[in-house]
Design a protein around this ligand. Structure first.
Ligand SMILES: NC(=O)c1ccc[n+]([C@@H]2O[C@H](COP(=O)([O-])OP(=O)(O)OC[C@H]3O[C@@H](n4cnc5c(N)ncnc54)[C@H](OP(=O)(O)O)[C@@H]3O)[C@@H](O)[C@H]2O)c1
Length: 327
């Protein structure tokens, strides 16, 4: 089968499409024909050896997929060939087939297209966990989303609205903010042109926001933390800016703020049932058209390296999806 192969950690263009042996469904595994796989910022970090997980080389990157079951291994009775499924895989999704431990595989509703499912698992799973389990976001609260036109950012705008929050989307251009408004954002901040703290202060009549969702890091983080009001919760989601900020802890004391880490991958391994329930709710919201993952490009395997570079260089928005069956 064809797969994108990472033979050594290094620059993203070093990735190549290669012919590799077809995987087989081992004991407790499901063999899936991959119809679509989502690209994520961490894929770009992982192939460079800069992610918290460094898989043994060579490996096929790709953390999430949707497709159809081709075969099941010994001991698997939850799925059968032909079933539509979706899965988070950690690695292996940028290939025509992937063998996955059954506990990571979820049924995919027939009305949920593979490309939309593959775009939604990681970003929306992370976001629902962050907003509900970590920040305990309540209806009527104000949520500030940084990097709001990106993968996890667009998910936070959509899920924030479903959970009943007033959403302030913050991003680096008017075009990106227009996308956020289409997803339901109530208010916007262009932090390339406006001072984030001043603008949030004006938009909240000086009260500040209740929750910040921060996948960007860098200088924006402290400004956003200072923009939270009494009892504010600050979600540490990621550092797409490339800079891990150092925050003076007096900012947590002031206004009785909480700084909350989010590590969805580890949480979903520790809490597989809760994670599966969360993904089922997300799938239902998409099928009911309450939530619309933004797929901005559908690519062939050979186009993935350039697309990962776009993700790492701030040129992409929404979600990029690869269709491995496509030439
Ligand atoms: N904690 C978890 O469990 C978890 C799960 C998934 C992802 N993450 C992390 O979340 C972060 C975002 O992931 P994503 O897939 O949403 O990425 P993405 O689609 O590339 O979005 C990141 C956004 O960050 C902003 N940004 C600011 N400076 C940037 C720079 N120098 N390079 C690239 N983007 C920059 C961009 O928006 P503007 O141009 O509008 O600023 C961009 O849209 C990553 O650090 C990822 O590792 C964490």
């Amino acid at each position: 089968m064809r797969a994108l192969l990472c033979k050594e950690f290094g620059p993203v263009p070093g990735l190549q499409v290669a012919e590799v042996p077809d995987p087989v469904a081992g004991d407790g595994q499901v063999l899936v024909r991959v119809e679509a796989a989502g690209l994520n910022y961490p894929d770009g970090l992982m192939v460079q050896g800069k992610y918290q997980v460094r898989p043994p080389l060579p490996f096929v990157p790709g953390m999430e997929l949707a497709g159809v079951v081709e075969a099941v291994g010994k001991g698997v009775d939850a799925f059968a060939p032909g079933d539509p499924v979706m899965a988070t895989t950690g690695t292996g999704a940028f290939a025509e087939r992937c063998a996955i431990p059954v506990e990571q595989v979820l049924p995919r509703p027939a009305s949920l297209p593979a490309d939309v499912a593959a775009a939604a698992l990681l970003t929306h799973g992370t976001t629902l966990h962050a907003l509900e389990d970590r920040a305990r976001l309540r209806p009527g609260e104000t949520l500030l989303v940084l990097g709001a036109a990106g993968g996890v950012g667009t998910a936070a705008v959509g899920i924030g609205k479903i959970l009943g929050a007033r959403v302030i989307a913050a991003a680096s251009s008017p075009e990106r903010l227009e996308l956020c408004r289409r997803l339901g954002a109530d208010l916007t901040v262009d932090y390339a042109a406006e001072d984030l703290r001043e603008r949030v202060k004006a938009l909240t009549q000086g009260r500040g926001v209740d929750v910040v969702y921060d996948p960007v890091g860098g200088a924006l983080s402290e400004a956003a933390l200072r923009s939270t009001g009494w009892g504010g919760r600050f979600l540490v989601v990621g550092f797409a800016s490339g800079e891990i900020p150092r925050i003076p802890l007096n900012l947590a004391l002031l206004n009785a703020r909480s700084i909350l880490g989010v590590y969805w991958g580890d949480w979903s391994r520790r809490e597989p049932r809760k994670s599966a329930d969360a993904i089922s709710r997300i799938a239902a919201w998409i099928c009911e058209k309450r939530l619309s993952p933004v797929v901005t490009a559908r690519l062939g395997l050979a186009e993935v390296p350039a697309a990962l570079e776009d993700l790492l260089s701030r040129r992409a928005h929404g979600k990029l999806v690869v269709l491995p069956g496509q030439p």
